[in-house]
Design a protein around this ligand. Structure first.
Ligand SMILES: Cc1cc2nc3c(=O)[nH]c(=O)nc-3n(C[C@H](O)[C@H](O)[C@H](O)COP(=O)(O)OP(=O)(O)OC[C@H]3O[C@@H](n4cnc5c(N)ncnc54)[C@H](O)[C@@H]3O)c2cc1C
Ligand code: FES
Ligand code: FES
Length: 1376
């Protein structure tokens, strides 16, 4: 065996062509230096400058990088088009394919593709960062199927995430391409027809003429003509047809890519290089290389080998070449199911069921069946089915082949198989099922779509014909051990027994519970839940088989009607929706855009990939890239840092440590209690020459230096490329002396580890209140944190200007001015030397309010040190690790209430997990306290708030800013009160609702109170009482699925609670051609602020929006800006814009009067020639604000936004999965400036809240290490999580006299309304518990994850899996 020499001298084999030929957007590319480790995404963005394709996660989990790949398949003579994740596609895998990116299908200047136009005009693009990926998923679908069904569209989007829109408008826009959307041309409103939103007059034909229901006009869309699509490059077609592919060989610095073109050569290469990695879809290997630091010096790609890519039909079943993609396998099996007799297709249907929920389409389009088997993951979704079905694998080496049965001896350990190093997997045979064989597969994951399993299972039973006697039984589970396992003991105990009689009894379940055990510390956690699932899934299988036996006429007991729903396989329903808002009054000028559903001004650019985000700024010629070095310990002294190895690595320019900071190392948004880079005093020592004669530096510290969280920045490495910088950063060696860490709130309470002050709001007489009460109850609740998961991670580009210490900083930040001041502080220059520029953000949600400076300051320090531009865009895992998120909260309460349900006394304490610095946490906690009574009047109340100092990365602002946590605890006690009295919760909530003129606990009067109107409209629109009756009936009729219903109000205070922040500035220039350049203090993060500001300016100036442009937010145009936050940006900046524009109008008045028939341009020109200043700034500060905690007086808020939502859900009591059946939201946004944008905010916030309260879980190890660091492990809501029926109504006739043009803030307030889903789930769980005879209040922490739901539905299965005694083991993760 010859050695592989990856530096290029000699490979010993694989002497194929080194020319990679492919096409991008119709242009031929011949690449002679293809690096085996480079992805298509990096190549597109960095080499070709095609920045429309975005990087959101680099792990195939978000779809932002979706492109279409087209390939001519010679053996079938078919042209294949499929969506792929460019972030995982190796560049080298693209030989002879055509890649189409978002830029390749249309542009604003050239011609928009209908796929681009429709998502934009349907308001399906907010921040736009996800939009190109979604556009390309839809485009690929249409290339294959020009008349798709909605189900096809939903399937196409399984691999795409959006954090802003809530998905509804995307589906609505794309429904116009579908059979359903194009069918009726009607005006149906609730029937799921696209025309409900897409067509018709702007005013509805309803009797209520105030109501409008149309957000876009589909009839104006350019028609879609599939014949006009870009053709497959003819040259590529002839290249593919004309020749055999030929072997390929590409060499990089660390790896060589060998792509043989025959099986013989493939086997020979594998023989010569037994350590070579076979790569097909790269969906596993790509993750290993990127995130697990694996290096594979030899890569073997079998893409050209027919034997690995063909499908053969045999007498026993169907044989798939190991390289067949999962999509291909699915298509073949679907066809077979259509034609074969049903008894033969049980296995195929089980495989298809697993494929339905396997990753997203982009992954299935490239991932191979062999890749799934050979990865040998214990949570593989296919391996349990293959094992239960007894699939056969053909393994081969150069000397021959062998066939092995896929049973539990095939997997020999964690990610290990019996395959010999020189062998490859050639094929897998999936057998037909036999008569009387029944097979089912199950997958339970946190999120239904595109998620990895918690437990996955497949079960096969063969029954003696005509009886129900078990002849053979295989129970196969994933997620219960280091490999896929069989429950052999239980299966063998059941052989010869009768299915109908034996199984419902306790014995099989007890046997399974004994056999499927897990160590309480098992990786992945959820131990009790996983064990219970093994029983629950088996029970489902039992019911399914029983039904099938009965259908075959076998004499078995009928499945009780109340158990039928437990045996149903989940099939998603296409969501339908209605949006209602106030119609623009008759006769208003068309030029006045205020109140109209105008499209986001950047939406079209976002849909074509032309919108420029921070990392899309073209590379500067001498630009460098920075990677952070961060602490791996939660609390430790740093004993030494050795950067010598890193500094010697290819491309590295230098390392940056604290002593490179010319100014102050102390930083923080309010209190300077953080370091830019962990502070240290340095002694240079141990200067030594390495073997190359280069001096290396070993930095030793005189004094130990503390890091206070995992992710604490210790330094940075600057190199020529991102890859080089990141690799070198990993080579920096740090020695720690670990110190005790405080990780959880409970630990902080025990250690009394609090920041000061402890806040209190108190009103009334608590003691008297509790005395007056008929009942008193106590309770508690924990609300988990939340990751912002903006699709664009943190990014900064710092460019030294070369003079006077000037630095230009391009940053994705909500706080341009804070970035400016903290960069200036770190650089030791006055603020006037630093310009911060923000064009747009790919989402912010509060996560870019203060924590962005953590990165920006380090990048600026590096740029200053090197006097060269330096850029850094954090990888998703770094971003999640370093930048903190929503504060976890723990609430403890004592409530006193009357028999009627009226609450008369409340004593509540809030504890927030603040992390290792103060950041904005005091204000967050204060807002939680300001919302402790949500919308309810409580006469005697005390709320206390504690900031827990822990060793987690500092938590920070997040949409709602503590309000949702505050109100979540409120709803918990409100629910408890209702449950303890046995009264309907809506009745108790209504009884306690505020009325106009009442005072809040902080003595603010509630005027212009609209909550009661929202409540009544929500009740009637959701037909709440009828629904309640239907839910109760359903619950009586079903044992294992339960429905729940809840209605929840919200009252959200609008203003920054720090008074000084309630100010804003604007600057408006009129140029002599009449065009207006507008700037204001707010930043655009997708929320449509710039669009609204243009609408405001347009109304004041009396000119169309098209004459007004906003280019960016910058600190040299509007100074001292407040962060774009607190939902108040439209109010504040809108008033400042109004002020600036009114000044200009005053200056133009004379010229209008003199020339009343003139045009805008005439007046502007006249004024200019008259030497009038056509530039004006504007300013606004919110009047009469200023709350004082000591005296409990002064106005905390300018006004309140109100809303109410009712939701219905269905839970599967056996698995904990739930369906969001219906949600109705009524939201008071005053007179909406832009109903499309406001409804977008309502829906986006609601879906984010849905994630917070039902899905998103951050897992931390007991040592404070964040374990969930990407979309693979941290699940935000996906397309499939939208309520099946969604109604959003903006309250009509509710002007607000305290904000611009009678509007109201909307960004944050609706988020909490998702609590209606949480409490509907709790309602459903109560119904399940009642079946086991349990009633009364119970604790349910947030999020209501599948695990929590299942565990709370206490029943005979959960009883068989009792949790281990706390304290007797070390859990995998802890509740922080
Ligand atoms: C976003 C995302 C979602 C996912 N979701 C799921 C999911 O829902 N369920 C699930 O089960 N998995 C999931 N996976 C895991 C992964 O996609 C699958 O395991 C996939 O089938 C791997 O196929 P591949 O062709 O991409 O493998 P590759 O990465 O190309 O290879 C994987 C491994 O298989 C070996 N291998 C491949 N072919 C052969 C062969 N012929 N002979 C010998 N060895 C071979 C390779 O050497 C390598 O070790 C997901 C992965 C990602 C990135
Ligand atoms: S960046 Fe590729 S899927 Fe997220
Ligand atoms: S618009 Fe989808 S992530 Fe922002």
């Amino acid at each position: 065996m010859r050695e592989i020499n990856v530096t290029g001298a000699e490979t010993g084999s694989g002497s194929g062509s080194d020319e990679l030929v492919f096409f991008v957007n119709g242009k031929k590319i011949v690449e002679r230096n293809a690096d085996p480790e480079m992805t298509l995404l990096t190549y597109l963005r960095r080499k070709l400058g095609l920045t429309g394709t975005k990087l959101g996660c680099a792990e195939g989990g978000c779809g932002a990088c979706t492109v279409m790949v087209s390939r001519y398949q010679t053996h079938t003579q078919q042209l294949l088009h499929y969506a792929v994740n460019a972030c995982l596609a190796p560049l080298c895998s693209l030989h002879l394919v055509a890649v189409t990116t978002v830029e390749g299908i249309g542009s604003v200047a050239r011609k928009l593709h209908p796929v681009q136009e429709r998502i934009a005009r349907a308001h399906g693009s907010q921040c736009g960062f996800c939009t190109p990926g979604i556009v390309m998923s839809m485009y690929a679908l249409l290339r294959n199927n020009p008349t798709p069904k909605m189900a096809d569209v939903e399937e196409a989007f399984q691999g795409n995430l959006c954090r802003c829109t809530g998905y509804r408008p995307i589906l609505e826009g794309y429904k116009t391409f579908t059979v359903e959307g194009g069918c009726c041309g009607g005006r149906g409103r609730e029937n799921g027809c696209c025309m409900a939103n897409g067509n018709g007059a702007e005013k509805s034909s309803e009797e209520d003429t105030d109501e409008a229901t149309t957000l876009f006009t589909a009839t104006n869309f350019a028609p879609f003509d599939p014949t006009q699509e870009v053709i497959f490059p003819p040259e590529l077609m002839s290249l593919t047809k004309g020749q055999r592919s030929g072997s390929l060989c590409f060499r990089g610095n660390r790896a060589v890519w060998l792509q043989p073109d025959s099986l013989e050569e493939f086997l020979r290469l594998k023989w010569e290089h037994p350590d070579a990695r076979v790569v097909v879809g790269n969906t596993e290997v790509g993750i290993e290389v990127k995130f697990k630091n694996m290096v594979y010096p030899v890569i073997l790609a079998p893409a050209f080998i027919p034997e690995l890519n063909t499908v053969t039909y045999t007498e026993d079943g169907v044989v798939f070449g190991a390289g067949c993609t999962l999509s291909h396998m699915g298509a073949v099996l679907k066809e077979m199911v259509k034609t074969l007799p049903p008894h033969q297709t049980e296995v195929f249907l089980a495989v298809l069921e697993q494929l339905r929920w396997f990753a997203g389409l982009q992954i299935r389009n490239v991932a191979a069946v062999g890749g799934n088997i050979m990865t040998a993951s214990p949570i593989s979704d296919l391996n349990p089915v293959f094992m239960a079905a007894g699939c056969k694998l053909t393994l081969m080496d150069k000397d021959g082949s062998r066939v092995v049965q896929m049973d539990d001896s095939f997997f020999t350990g964690y990610r290990k198989t019996t395959l010999r190093p020189q062998e490859v997997l050639l094929s897998v045979e999936i057998p037909y099922s036999k008569k009387n064989q029944f097979v089912s597969a199950f997958k339970q994951s946190p999120r239904r779509e595109d998620d990895i399993s918690i437990v996955t299972a497949a079960m096969s039973v063969t029954i003696t014909p005509g009886t129900d006697v078990v002849e053979d039984l295989i129970l196969s589970y994933g997620g219960m051990a280091a490999t896929t396992v069989l429950a052999k003991k239980t299966a063998s105990r059941l052989l010869g027994r009768r299915w109908g009689e034996e199984l419902p009894g306790r014995r099989p379940c007890s046997s399974l519970a004994e056999e499927m055990t897990l160590d309480p510390s098992a990786p992945g956690g959820m131990v009790t839940y996983r064990q219970t699932l093994t029983l629950s899934l088996f029970y489902k299988f039992y019911l399914m088989v029983l039904q099938k036996l009965r259908a075959q006429g076998v004499n078995v007991a009928e499945v009780g009607a109340n158990c039928l729903s437990a045996a149903e396989i989940y099939h998603p329903e296409t969501p339908s929706s209605v949006q209602i808002y106030q119609a623009v009054p008759e006769g208003r000028s068309q030029d006045d855009a205020v109140g109209r559903p105008m499209m986001h001004l950047s939406a079209l650019k976002q849909a074509t990939g032309e919108a420029v985000y921070c990392d899309d700024v073209p590379l500067y010629e001498n630009e460098l890239y920075l990677a952070l070095v961060t602490s791996s310990k939660a609390h430790a002294n740093i004993l030494s840092i050795d950067s010598s190895a890193a500094e010697r690595m290819p491309g590295v320019v230098c390392c940056v440590f604290a002593d490179d900071i010319p100014g102050s190392n102390a930083t923080g948004p309010i209190v300077y209690d953080e370091t830019v880079i962990a502070r240290h005093q340095v002694r240079l020592s141990d200067q030594s020459a390495d073997s190359d004669g280069l001096m290396s530096r070993l930095v030793t510290f005189l004094f130990s230096v503390q890091v206070t969280c995992v992710g604490h920045i210790i330094g940075a490495v600057v190199a020529d490329t991102q890859l080089h910088a990141q690799r070198a950063a990993k080579a920096v060696r740090i020695q720690y002396e670990e110190l005790p860490a405080v990780v959880t709130i409970q630990e902080a309470i025990a250690a009394q580890s609090f920041y000061q002050p402890i806040r209190t709001i108190q009103k009334g007489d608590l003691e008297a209140g509790f005395k007056q009460a008929d009942h008193i109850l106590e309770g508690e609740m924990h609300i988990g944190g939340q990751e912002h998961f903006y699709l664009e991670t943190n990014v900064t580009l710092a460019v030294p200007r070369g003079e006077d210490g000037e630095m230009e900083v391009f940053a994705s930040t909500q706080s341009a001015s804070k970035t400016q001041s903290l960069v200036a502080k770190a650089l030791g220059v006055p603020a006037n030397r630093v310009v911060v520029r923000v064009k747009r953000m790919g989402g912010g949600f509060g996560g870019k309010e203060s924590r962005t400076t953590v990165l920006s300051t380090v990048v600026a320090v590096a740029a200053n040190k090197l006097k060269r531009p330096v850029r850094c865009m954090l990888d998703r895992d770094e971003d999640m690790l370093i930048t903190g998120g929503r504060h976890p909260f723990y609430g403890k309460y004592k409530v006193g209430y009357l028999n009627s349900g009226k609450v008369v006394a409340l004593d509540v304490s809030y504890y927030s997990n603040t992390g290792n610095s103060m950041d904005l946490s005091l204000s967050v906690l204060e807002r939680a306290l300001f919302h402790m009574e949500n919308s309810y009047s409580v006469a005697n109340v005390r709320g206390q708030g504690y900031l827990c100092r822990t060793n987690l990365p500092s938590n920070t602002a997040f949409r709602g800013f503590g309000g949702p946590q505050g109100m979540m605890v409120t709803e918990s006690w409100m629910n408890d009160v209702a449950q303890s009295l046995g009264k309907p919760s809506e009745e108790v909530r209504r009884l306690n609702l505020y009325v106009e003129g009442e005072l809040t606990p902080y003595n603010q009067i509630l005027d212009q109170f609209t909550l009661d109107r929202c409540w009544d409209e929500c009740l009637s629109r959701s037909v709440y009482q009828e629904r309640r009756a239907a839910v109760d009936l359903y619950n009586r009729q079903n044992r294992w699925t339960k429905r729940g219903l809840a209605i929840v109000p919200t009252k959200f205070g609008i203003s920054f609670t720090a008074v000084f922040l309630n100010q804003a500035g604007a600057l408006a220039h009129i140029y002599t051609d009449g065009s207006v350049l507008l700037t204001h203090g707010g930043t655009e993060m997708g929320q449509g602020l710039h669009t609204k500001m243009v609408q405001v300016a347009s109304r004041v100036l009396g000119i169309p929006c098209s004459k007004i442009h906003i280019s960016e937010t910058s600190t040299n145009t509007v100074p001292n800006t407040s962060p774009t936050a607190a939902s108040a940006s439209s109010d504040l900046n809108g008033a400042a814009v109004q002020n600036a524009c009114e000044t200009l109008m005053k200056r133009l008045e004379l010229y209008k009067t003199n020339n009343p028939k003139g045009t805008w341009e005439d007046w502007v020109k006249a004024a200019y020639f008259d030497r009038v200043n056509l530039s004006a700034n504007g300013f606004y500060k919110t009047p009469d604000l200023g709350y004082d905690f000591d005296s409990n007086s002064g106005r905390a808020f300018n006004y309140f936004s109100y809303g109410v939502a009712s939701s219905e859900v269905e839970i599967d009591c056996l698995t904990g999965a739930h369906k969001n059946l219906s949600t109705t939201i009524v939201m008071d946004v005053g007179h909406s400036l832009n109903p499309a944008i406001d409804i977008g905010q309502v829906e986006g916030a609601f879906m984010q809240g849905l994630g917070l309260f039902t899905l998103e879980e951050l897992h931390y190890s007991p040592q404070g290490v964040l374990l969930t660091r990407g979309p693979g492990s941290y699940k935000i809501p996906a397309f499939g999580d939208i309520p099946t029926q969604l109604t959003v109504s903006l309250l009509r006739d509710a002007p607000n006299d305290k904000a611009i043009f009678a509007s109201k803030a909307v960004g944050e307030p609706p988020l909490f309304l998702a609590a209606s889903v949480f409490y509907a789930i709790k309602d459903a769980i109560s119904a399940a518990r009642a079946e086991s005879g349990i009633s009364g209040p119970f604790r349910l922490d947030s999020p209501a994850s599948a695990e929590r739901i299942r565990n709370a539905c206490s029943d005979r299965f959960t009883k068989l899996c009792p949790p281990a005694e706390p304290g007797t083991f070390k859990p995998w993760s802890v509740q922080v």
